[in-house]
Design a protein around this ligand. Structure first.
Ligand code: BYC
Length: 346
């Protein structure tokens, strides 16, 4: 990948291809002839057409989508917390305004995704309950703390970078509402990634203390970012079926490798080391060392550094918002009653 840094410090060629995966022409996996799948559904998949809410679909496909979309929506909403932590302490008004807008974008992404889940018959209140009761997951990455201002840059560069690699192919997934929501989300994530990169570039060209802060953030966020792509392919129970249904277009390991190949040259531009002594170029790819999967599974079980804090905060926000939900319902009821009365007298 060609990366050039202009005299103003902006980076060109980081994401020249924001929402088209490079292998767009790759053949789509042929759907399995599984029992009970409506012929109309199989025809849509075979023709690389989108399945829409009105279409017949197998119950297991619907459930898988609700699981993935809900997990994705929860990640966006919980993902507001680590960065939100720095809004009041951003080092300048400009940085504060940028961060505020970014965190607000994440809220928007969560809302598009809950709406996409609703097209599958899911109830938003029920999904929120499942999250706060710990019955539905959100991305492991948001269970790590943001200890310094540089972490805001590392989240943008690495976490949003990983999110883009993972989510660009979902713009072409088989379920229409999810695919369409993802187009806008990926455009915004791409912008977020650039702001994180630019923030870190500023720090890495700053004082020795600022450079050290950027390096420390890269050290702490690198491995958790690789874990975002999910377990290795041979330990990923959902991948085969999700790929056959066109929900996932690439395996977890494939996307992880794509992310590493893209990110190592960016680290070189930043002048930051990646904390992996085994990282090396084999002529085709940047091969990386062993991921500590025991850490990933511990975080998934609720034992990451911030799991409890994140869920407690989400529960508190939900409770604190009860009066808003009640007021909105009362208003809607009043409006409906007035409309009914107007119809009666007309
Ligand atoms: N964290 O069979 P597998 C963002 C679970 S938000 C937690 O490979 P699948 C952003 C997985 O759910 C980023 N859990 O599963 C926001 C499954 O458990 P269940 C979120 C994980 O679904 C704010 C089990 O492990 N992005 O970008 O085929 C600021 C086995 O895994 C994780 C999305 O959600 C994980 N990292 O593949 C900045 C993207 N990985 O459900 C940025 C959409 C795996 O069977 N989601 N698990 O109990 C996906 O693409 C897929 O769901 C995954 C996992 C690749 C994540």
């Amino acid at each position: 990948m060609l990366i050039s840094v202009t005299t103003t410090g902006s980076v060109e060629g980081v994401y020249g291809n924001d929402f088209h995966a490079p292998d767009e022409a790759a053949p789509r996996p042929v759907p399995t002839e599984a029992d009970g799948e409506p012929a109309s559904f199989r025809a849509l998949l075979a023709g690389d057409e989108r399945v829409e809410p009105r279409d017949e679909m197998p119950e297991a496909y619907r459930k898988t989508l609700v699981r993935q979309i809900a997990q994705h929506a929860h990640s966006e909403i919980i993902g507001m917390q680590p960065e939100g932590n720095w809004i009041s302490r951003a080092p300048s008004l400009k940085r504060k305004a940028i961060l505020l807008a970014k965190v607000q974008d994440e809220a928007g992404h969560g809302l598009y995704l809950y709406s996409a889940a609703e097209t599958l018959g899911a109830d938003r209140g029920d999904l929120t309950r499942r999250l706060i009761e710990g019955r539905q997951k959100y991305s492991s990455i948001f269970n790590y703390p943001t200890l310094t201002w540089a972490d805001v840059g590392a989240i943008g560069w690495l976490v949003d970078g990983a999110a883009i690699v993972n989510q660009v192919p979902i713009c072409r997934c088989s379920y229409g509402p999810y695919a369409r929501a993802m187009v806008r989300i990926c455009k915004e994530e791409s912008f977020h990634q650039r702001q994180g990169f630019e923030l870190l570039l500023t720090l890495s060209r700053g004082t020795p203390e600022q450079k050290a802060m950027a390096q420390d953030a890269a050290d702490r966020w690198w491995w958790p970012s690789l874990m975002m792509f999910g377990p290795p392919d041979d330990a990923s129970p959902n991948s085969a079926q999700s790929m056959a249904w066109g929900i996932k277009k690439h395996s977890n390991d494939e996307l992880r490798q794509r992310f590493v190949d893209m990110t190592v040259p960016q680290a070189q531009v930043l002048g930051l080391e990646l904390p992996d002594p085994d990282l090396h170029w084999d002529g085709e790819h940047w091969l990386f060392g062993e991921i500590d999967w025991s850490e990933f599974y511990a975080v998934l079980k609720g034992n990451g550094p911030c799991n409890e804090q994140r869920l407690n905060h989400r529960r508190r926000a939900h409770d604190d918002g009860a009066w808003v939900r009640e007021a909105a319902s009362a208003y809607a009821e009043k409006q409906a009653a007035r409309a009914a009365h107007r119809e009666e007298v007309a």
